[in-house]
Design a binder for this molecule. Structure first.
Ligand code: CAA
Length: 399
């Protein structure tokens, strides 16, 4: 069988953050609740000229080297925070980046899970047509009501992955375990900008879904836990990985004896600084694991759990390809996070809670530190543009 997997991965998150210590003070709670109890330090805050499309374009752009641009036959855009009921967000990315016209483009939705559906379908597609490459993008702004329990888990970011035959980063194993059922733990009707959520129920459902998906993975001849060296869980906030590990250990029993909190610690590093990114969160966690793990992971297997409220869970595994370190973009990812600027509460509120539904004509002032931006709305059309590089250079130098 043709081996399919992830050949390249790139992440993007806005150039500004708001510290959760300050949010805790505003909410009148002990900062340790957010920093230790929830496990989050900073929340990435998009500027008014950023949205899921501009973040996605910024994640994709570094991947378009050599012949890759021409080889992309399919673009799958996964998101919870869609900007149009009809047109795929992927087409805006296709346009602003000038991708190959002989290409299919589609948007996937299922809360935080949809990028995994994209990865699985992309893998099957390249197993059938090994000359083609699939661009899988996940991009989201995780938005809850102001002063709600979920506010401390907000965040924004995107990840872009090239799925190809004979990948140079990660081979995706064909076995996977899935579990779906209809439940109202987190949802967002079309008229709403922020999600409705039953937080405690969502945690229970996530953990049940993990257990059931794991059992299904075992029934379908997935790797035993004894053959898995690292773990990466969907991470709405980093404490959730700890809860997930506990549930998996309970389900797997003695098979989990060789694993401990270090097995997923590196996958939490970026998420703790960025916050929830819904569909992107698992794969930003995967990127964090690969970029930050000092051990050589060549030939080792990683177990991944993807969860999307509503709900769908999937457990699958990948193995790390020899030479993977040469393909990583660790330096760029770390630099992206290191040069972010802190904003105050008033700016955070003004930017995070700017109405995303307004369709009135406007030209957005230049505020992003990214290369691509959501520049304007004209006659109900969203307009994206590449930023003048000289101007961007001076903005990032100030940062
Ligand atoms: N020092 C240290 N820890 C403290 C503390 C302090 N002073 N005060 C409280 N804590 C701890 C608590 O003990 C608790 O830890 P455990 O969970 O380990 O028991 C933790 O901080 C959180 O405290 P609460 O449970 O009281 O927090 P809360 O009820 O205010 O809100 C939440 C937590 C329900 C997760 C809320 O943030 C929320 O609704 N978030 C959004 C929903 C979500 O992310 N759900 C996750 C599963 S669904 C999913 O994964 C899909 C998705 O992306 C949305």
């Amino acid at each position: 069988m043709i081996v399919a997997g992830i050949d390249d991965i790139s992440i993007y998150s806005p150039g500004f953050f708001y510290p959760l210590e300050d949010l805790a003070r505003r909410h009148g709670v002990d900062p340790a609740k957010y920093i230790v109890g929830i496990g989050q330090e900073r929340m990435a805050v998009p500027t008014p000229d950023e949205d899921i499309v501009s973040m996605a374009a910024n994640a994709v752009a570094p991947l378009l080297v050599n012949e890759v641009r021409e080889e992309i036959s399919t673009v799958i855009f996964a998101t919870e925070s869609g900007i149009d009921q009809s047109k795929s967000a992927g087409l805006f990315v296709h346009g602003v980046l000038g991708l190959n016209p002989n290409c299919r483009v589609v948007e996937f939705k299922q809360a935080c899970y949809s990028a995994t559906a994209g990865i699985q379908l992309a893998s099957d597609l390249v197993r059938q047509r090994p000359k083609e490459k699939v661009l899988v993008i996940a991009s989201d702004i995780a938005r809850y009501e102001r002063n709600s329990e979920g506010e401390c888990t907000q965040g924004a970011g995107a990840v872009a992955m090239i799925v190809a035959a004979n990948p140079r980063l990660l081979e995706i194993h064909p076995q996977s375990g899935v579990f779906s059922f209809d439940v109202m733990d987190f949802w967002r009707p079309n008229h709403r900008e922020a999600a409705y959520v039953n937080g405690k129920l969502s945690i229970d459902v996530y953990l049940r879904s993990l257990t059931e998906a794991w059992l299904d993975f075992q029934r379908k001849d997935g790797l035993p836990l004894t053959s898995i060296d690292k773990l990466c869980f969907h991470q709405p906030f980093t404490k959730m990985s700890k809860k997930a590990f506990g549930a998996l250990r309970e389900a797997a029993g003695a098979e989990a004896d060789h694993l401990d909190e270090k097995s997923y610690a590196e996958s939490q590093i970026y998420g703790r600084q960025i916050g929830n990114t819904y569909s992107a969160s698992l794969y930003i966690g995967l990127s964090s694991l690969l970029d930050n793990c000092d051990e050589d992971l060549t030939g080792r297997s990683v177990g991944l759990f993807s969860y999307g409220s509503g709900s769908v869970g999937e457990f699958f595994s990948v193995s790390v390809v020899e030479g993977y370190r040469r393909r990583l973009r660790s330096h760029a990812h770390r630099a992206l996070l290191a040069r972010r600027r802190e904003i105050d509460y008033e700016t955070y509120v003004a930017w995070f809670y700017t109405s995303v539904k307004s369709t009135e004509d406007r030209i957005s002032p230049m505020q992003t530190t990214g290369r691509y931006r959501f520049a304007a709305i004209a006659e109900q059309r969203r307009i994206y543009a590449e930023v003048d590089c000289a101007r961007l250079g001076s903005l990032n130098a100030v940062a």
